[in-house]
Design a protein around this ligand. Sequence first.
Ligand SMILES: Cc1cc2nc3c(=O)[nH]c(=O)nc-3n(C[C@H](O)[C@H](O)[C@H](O)COP(=O)(O)OP(=O)(O)OC[C@H]3O[C@@H](n4cnc5c(N)ncnc54)[C@H](O)[C@@H]3O)c2cc1C
Ligand SMILES: NC(=O)c1ccc[n+]([C@@H]2O[C@H](COP(=O)([O-])OP(=O)(O)OC[C@H]3O[C@@H](n4cnc5c(N)ncnc54)[C@H](OP(=O)(O)O)[C@@H]3O)[C@@H](O)[C@H]2O)c1
Length: 242
Amino acid sequence: MSEKWLTTKVAENRHWTDALFSLRVEAAQLNFQAGQFVRIALDIEGQRVARAFSFVNPPQEPALEFYGVIVPEGPLSPRLAKLRPGDDLYVAGNPAGFLVLAEVPDAETLWLISTGTGLAPFLSILRTQTPWQRFKNIVVVHAVRHAMELTYREVIQSTKARYVSFVSRETAAGSLAGRIPAAIADGSLEKAAGVALSPETSHVMLCGNPQMLRDAAAALAARGMRKHRRRAPGHITVESFW
Ligand SMILES: Cc1cc2nc3c(=O)[nH]c(=O)nc-3n(C[C@H](O)[C@H](O)[C@H](O)COP(=O)(O)OP(=O)(O)OC[C@H]3O[C@@H](n4cnc5c(N)ncnc54)[C@H](O)[C@@H]3O)c2cc1C
Ligand SMILES: NC(=O)c1ccc[n+]([C@@H]2O[C@H](COP(=O)([O-])OP(=O)(O)OC[C@H]3O[C@@H](n4cnc5c(N)ncnc54)[C@H](OP(=O)(O)O)[C@@H]3O)[C@@H](O)[C@H]2O)c1
């Protein structure tokens, strides 16, 4: 069956650093839940090349926004970074994904933990009403290599979320050093957040680097937390970006 593609026009391509960019495209009629992704595509040498991208915008906003990093050897991301206002971008008609609050059981504290562009789906979730109605505390954790990659801080800080950042490859005031799994294991993450990270109080959503997902899930397992499944409720929901 051939896929249904919407043709959208780029409205803005913001470059945060040499590698990080945010694409805004004009409204396309799409139904999705905050936290979901959609395939976006360009035609490259006669072939439609498509990749999954999480929505940054909440569903109620008409313009779509995607947050990307240039993977230098990748076929699509360097070309997305070069798009200019007025260029075409193809967007698939079928958003999907399970990193959504409808799949998350009730808890006192919701942890939204990401590396790199894995922050994207959480930005959409944060800008909907649901998390603020359902959870007493929301903690946003964002880990990057360099401080200048701590993007969208003003969006996060405009909400009531607690914000904990990690910068792993330089010293950065106000950010933790090292990696998320080690900080889960030694208690420094919950100390920085000021709330407990426990199976009794917390649900954790993880997104980004697949090795971080595995290492963080192992550190959470050592605290008695397990993957959430519809038939076997747990405390961890994950989405891997590759
Ligand atoms: C469900 C889902 C949602 C996604 N949402 C986003 C998103 O919102 N933003 C985004 O930038 N990417 C996202 N991705 C990854 C995206 O689909 C592409 O893989 C990425 O843009 C690179 O595309 P490429 O064709 O240049 O290289 P690819 O051939 O797709 O990837 C080459 C390699 O680059 C690395 N890589 C891929 N994506 C990333 C990344 N995001 N950060 C760091 N390293 C990476 C991996 O090592 C991968 O093997 C998502 C992937 C999935 C499965
Ligand atoms: N970020 C850049 O400056 C940059 C520039 C140009 C191109 N790129 C391309 O983008 C890709 C990488 O992007 P990225 O920097 O956003 O993603 P990343 O490599 O996943 O790094 C993001 C954060 O995740 C951490 N991390 C990595 N593995 C982890 C694990 N197992 N457990 C816990 N934390 C872990 C990293 O810590 P560590 O630092 O300890 O690994 C870093 O703090 C590469 O393909 C690269 O070529 C990146």
